[in-house]
Ligand binder design. Structure first.
Ligand code: TYC
Length: 102
């Protein structure tokens, strides 16, 4: 009469009262070819970041290789990634944008 994993082995985690949906980090990756001004434009247009903030963030990506540019719900994050990738494709820049669960 084996334990069917019902009550002896695993304790269940108490549920926190307010369940929050998982959030996703949207990241921009550095490359050698995408113009700096284009990245600044993308950050302003799709992430609502002001001009000086966009320059600063672009330089962070340029120096560190990547940076989180925003944290969103799954659906919004997916849309941001699509918009950035489509805009980069249209302009023939190799800019990469990805998302990752927080
Ligand atoms: N490294 C690029 C250059 O020197 C600029 C750049 C910054 C590209 C950020 C991509 O996500 C990026 N022109």
């Amino acid at each position: 009469i084996g334990d069917q994993n019902g009550d002896t082995a695993l304790a269940t985690k108490p549920k926190s009262k307010t369940a929050r949906p998982p959030m996703y980090k949207v990241m921009l990756l550095n490359d050698d070819y995408t113009p700096m001004e284009f990245v600044v434009h993308v950050l302003e247009r799709f992430f609502g970041i002001g001009h000086s903030g966009a320059i600063e963030l672009m330089l962070t990506v340029h120096k560190k290789g990547l940076a989180v540019v925003g944290v969103f719900s799954h659906e919004i994050a997916e849309t941001k990634v699509m918009q950035v990738m489509e805009c980069a494709r249209q302009h023939e820049h190799p800019l990469q944008c990805t998302m990752e669960k927080e």
